[in-house]
Design a protein around this ligand. Structure first.
Ligand code: URP
Ligand code: ZN
Length: 468
């Protein structure tokens, strides 16, 4: 007896689409083929006209973050993952930042984040963020990898917030990644150049939201990418660029990949659809995030990077602050907490802007929203693919549904969304997490605590081969 059979749909892989039914039992995909030839199932789901895709993997969320730039995150692990599930995401990878909650060592904060995340509605994992290079910190890295957290991140900015890693720390973490089979990632922005620009702008009375983008131009991001690529090449470490936003980044990643280096770029939903023009609108401060939104040529370059295989994943960087929080520090851009929500709309927006608008194939869509993250970050083939033996994390996309995104319809209790008014074609109509239907026709039917911590393991050659 099977639990569920999904019939008549098009199962989408990163490299092909096949018409096959999918048999699910005990949370796993157990059969692919014709439903008539499968054992009977407790439930049949008709997917006629729909794409059957591997559940979305969001490689970049910030749920239940501690106060950042003075503001408390408005989505805890349950609220955030529930919204993500409604939008077709079945796995999120969040962060455990050394120093947060007054912790000293990475393992302390990891323990706290594991506890907080137990209420998640979908499966979850963590990137470990290292901010210091004292021997005790660096000495914990191997143990962290062994406990299923093999991806690390350093912030190259946020010195004022106390979480910036200096270059020596970056080098030390890279060396550990190389030695113990981890993957190094970074938030790439040059802190001191941005700080100088910000000081000058504020001294000249330029505090409007647009100056956030103008004081952190592509040069700020590109210099940091260039520096970290050099260090990665020198140490032989793989590199994952978190939330890349600029065309210079695409060019540098492309050039490094041409040399055969194992480097990858993540971009975010908002960098693919919004430009810095929104910073000049009435809700300008809401859109302040780092790196900032850019001009249309950068948006186009990121799409081209996806098409050419130089941008590999799309995250949300979900960091939910409401309008009041965004304004609480006063009118100047530099007192606005950085970060915007987006986990809920990542899949529909990327599907609509990518597949429905003809920029990418449905297979490329699956690659950038699920499979590539699973492969690069150590979840494959348990996640990121619909194959016999994989977790039954499956989303049905109805390409015919047309909607206009409205915050009133959001499952997040927030007063704004960066995608307000965006018309989308294609929408997830069902989300299945490990064999359980947790969202149906937009209604959340899951439970807090359904999500499990995912112990990840990277391929042994992560630092020497391009995984995707
Ligand atoms: O503006 C952003 N991206 N806020 C979240 C923290 C980070 O930089 O990832
Ligand atoms: Zn970041």
């Amino acid at each position: 007896m099977l639990d569920i059979v999904i019939k008549n749909g098009k199962v989408v892989h990163p490299d092909r689409t096949i018409e096959t039914d999918v048999g699910i039992r005990d949370g796993k995909v157990v059969l692919l083929g014709k439903a008539e030839l499968m054992p009977e199932a407790a439930r049949y789901v008709d997917a006629t006209g729909k794409y059957v895709i591997p559940g979305g993997i969001d490689p970049h969320t910030h749920f239940e973050d501690p106060p950042f730039m003075g503001a408390e995150c408005r989505a805890d692990f349950f609220q955030g993952t529930r919204a993500a599930a409604v939008g077709g995401t079945t796995t999120c990878i969040d962060f455990a930042v050394q120093g947060n909650y007054g912790t000293r060592l990475p393992l302390d904060v990891i323990g706290m984040r594991l506890e907080m995340a137990r209420k998640s509605a979908i499966d979850y994992a963590f990137h470990a963020v290292v901010t210091k290079n004292d021997p005790e910190t660096i000495g914990q890295i191997q143990e962290i990898i062994n406990m299923g957290i093999p991806s690390f991140k350093c912030f190259m900015t946020y010195e004022a917030e106390g979480i910036m890693a200096d270059d020596a720390t970056i080098l030390a973490v890279m060396q550990e990644m190389k030695e113990h089979n981890g993957i190094f990632g970074a938030h790439t922005e040059n802190d001191s150049i941005a700080s100088r620009n910000i000081r000058q702008a504020l001294a000249a009375g330029k505090g409007d939201a647009i100056w956030h983008a103008l004081t952190k131009p592509p040069l700020v991001e590109a210099e940091a990418i260039n520096r970290v690529l050099f260090l990665a090449k020198s140490t032989g470490a793989a590199f994952y660029d978190f939330h890349m936003s600029c065309k210079e980044g695409v060019e540098m990643i492309a050039s490094a990949r041409k040399q055969g280096l194992p480097v990858y770029a993540e971009t975010l939903t908002h960098y693919l659809v919004l430009t810095q023009d929104v910073l000049e609108g009435p809700d300008g401060p809401n859109y302040i995030c780092s790196p900032p939104l850019r001009t249309q040529d950068h948006v186009d370059a990121l799409w081209q990077g996806i098409v050419e295989g130089n941008v590999h994943t799309v995250g949300s960087d979900d960091n939910a602050f409401d309008t009041k929080q965004k304004r609480m520090g006063g009118p100047s851009f530099e007192s606005v907490p950085n970060g915007i929500p987006g986990a809920e709309f990542r899949i529909p927006v990327v599907f609509s802007e990518g597949v429905s608008k003809g920029r990418i194939s449905v297979n490329q869509f699956v690659a950038i929203t699920s499979t590539n993250a699973a492969k690069i970050l150590g979840l494959y083939p348990r996640k990121g693919i619909i194959e016999v033996g994989s977790d039954a994390d499956i989303v049905l996309i109805d390409p015919g549904i047309e909607k206009t995104i409205r915050v009133a319809d959001s499952s997040l209790d927030l007063d704004w969304t960066p995608f307000e008014g965006l018309k989308v074609t294609g929408w997830p109509s069902m989300t299945i997490s490990r064999g359980k239907v947790i969202v149906e026709d937009g209604q959340f039917k899951g439970d807090a605590g359904h999500g499990e911590f995912l112990k990840r393991k990277l391929p042994g050659d992560i630092n020497t081969r391009q995984i995707v």
